[in-house]
Ligand binder design. Structure first.
Ligand code: BGC
Length: 233
């Protein structure tokens, strides 16, 4: 009998600004470089799925994990704060699986980032700082999915995403954005009393203050690496 070949996973991270992919081995280690395209505009499901298919062309993989920047339940995308409204109620898992001819699993992008970052012990929280603001919460490595803290009130009548998302960073600049982030960390610590907070997403490179000892930056690549966890069951 021939040996079973190890499964390769195409990890996809759909973002408001970029769509990224990478091939992972069964342990979640990268087997390819990370590739990125600009998120097509208008960012409809059609346009983004076309982009994913182009990125995937010529690559060998057995299954697909997708991080989506909104609430995902049973493979269906339920919100779309930073993407086209055609994503509301879109059967992403089913449609992409038909198009690629492989099984697909989908989760919220911050949840996947967290699955790639957490240690699995105690209360761990993840905040992602990109186009939008994402959040994930874990107890002993078990995820509470779709936390959506980004759209909760933070300060001055605005949400975390309105104060700390990409548009806010561009509007108020790095200095004030960093001050806001410091305030947000203080507030989240008092609410959640996490053992560890991970900060992810592209804008973590703008952080210019010393983080508290229980807060650390998760490398950007964890947004793709965490995709392997969707197949652990
Ligand atoms: C969405 C979240 C997402 C975050 C980061 C927010 O606008 O509501 O689901 O995790 O952006 O992409």
């Amino acid at each position: 009998m021939g040996e079973l070949l190890p499964l390769q996973t195409l990890a996809v991270d759909i973002g408001g600004s970029g769509v990224k992919i990478m091939i992972l081995d069964e342990q979640g280690n990268p087997l390819s470089e990370r590739e990125r395209i600009e998120t097509p505009q208008p960012s409809t499901p059609d346009a983004i799925l076309r982009g994913i298919k182009e990125l995937a062309a010529g690559k060998s993989f057995d299954r697909v994990s997708v991080g989506y920047p909104g609430v995902v339940r049973q493979g269906i995308t339920e919100t779309a704060a930073n993407l086209h409204s055609d994503w509301l109620g879109f059967a992403l898992r089913e449609v992409l699986s038909q198009q690629l001819g492989k099984p697909v699993r989908v989760a919220n992008d911050a949840d996947i980032q967290g699955l790639g970052a957490v240690s699995g012990s105690g209360v761990e929280m993840v905040i992602t700082l990109g186009t939008g603001v994402g959040a994930a919460l874990f107890l002993h490595g078990r995820l509470v999915p779709n936390l959506e803290l980004g759209h909760h009130p933070f300060r001055k009548g605005e949400t975390y995403e309105q104060q700390l998302g990409r548009a806010a960073l561009d509007a108020v600049g790095k200095k004030r954005w960093n001050q806001r982030l410091g305030k947000a960390i203080g507030l989240l610590e008092r609410i959640y009393n996490y053992d560890r907070l991970y900060l992810g997403g592209g804008n973590t490179k703008k952080i210019d203050f010393v983080l508290p000892p229980n807060v650390q930056v998760a490398p950007n690549i964890t947004g793709l690496l965490g995709g392997i966890a969707l197949w652990r069951d």
